[in-house]
Design a protein around this ligand. Sequence first.
Ligand code: NAD
Length: 379
Amino acid sequence: MERNNTSRRRFLRNLGLAGLSVPLISSGINCANEKKTNPQTMINGNKKAGKLGIALLGLGGYAGGQLAPALQSTEHCYLAGIVTGTPSKIPAWQSKYSIPGNNVYNYETFDKIKDNADIDIVYIVTPNALHKDFVIRAAQAGKHVICEKPMALSVEDCDEMIAACKKAGKLLSIGYRLHFEPHNLEMMRLGTKKIYGNIKKIGAGFGFTIGDPTQWRLKKALSGGGPLQDVGIYCVQGICYTTGLEPIAVTAQEGPKTDPDKFREVEQSLTWQFEMPGGIIAEGKSSYGQGMNFLKAEAEKGIFELTPAYNYSGQAGRTPEGTMNFPKINQQAKQMDAFALSIRNNQLSIVPGELGKRDVKIIAAIYEAMGTGKRITIN
Ligand code: NAD
């Protein structure tokens, strides 16, 4: 366990999580104290031999379009159950993925999942504002949890979620799929190992033109904000994991609202500037009105970059030595398999709740800087 924790700490330090060592260590201790439930011994009527069972909670675009298909190619976990507030979705999901009736829950019956040995992990894939309550309920039901990004709408909520999982002796992981994608892993390696010398400047942008004006992403109470919460978070992540550093302070500016009706509650676009340790210049931008998708580091000995950087597939990268050449993988399958292995090996998640909380804290600072026009320090 100590050796695992040491190497995991080294790995997290490389990802810019050095400042998290204390909570991570304590959560590791918690994990080690957890009651041993060897998945191999839990095989029952519906359990697939040797695999951990995942229940998807919130059967919308991401769960149906990416996660459920990815779970058809995972080695260490499988789609065992569903939790939904929309009964009409159940028959199609059951027949497409052979989900038995006793592994189907709604939001009222969800807590009964504690009695279901088929389900080891609950994956929360609802609108952002609902993550907190479902994570806490899943932990209280004795399940490990994956929570989609952004983890929650406030640092206090993140603390409650982390505490609930610790209390239950369960692991919490965030749906940060790019930590398992080879081009992004290469950006982490090139930046943190200083392969092209110190990074002088780094830029990141992610945006798209949003459609349906009635969707939850445009409702502040459900989303917590606009493109920054939804896709700008990838830029925050990219800047941190490529430099291996966390911002000290931030300034930010909201972009113009060209469609004020649509963007009544949330920003349409924004840019921000991080003050990074060592004087690195870092700028991020995100938009619901303009397409962009890049992560670009300018180092002493040349530029390395990805564009597109953040999609589900099709990443393309360039270094001073030419184009990056990595195999195609399924990011979500890798992410979920890695978490299943963390559980099995009694190790922390590679993308733990503490990482989600760090990003929620940075996002809150960006919004404060945008709202006040002031430089906001980030503790
Ligand atoms: P979606 O709108 O397609 O699906 C949301 C689901 O939540 C729907 O099934 C809906 O019925 C359900 N829901 C429950 N309560 C709801 C409520 N009060 N209002 C609206 N819907 C409610 O959204 P999505 O794109 O699947 O996003 C879900 C979560 O996944 C979000 O947190 C989002 O940030 C995250 N996400 C992550 C990625 C990624 O690449 N990691 C990609 C897309 C979405």
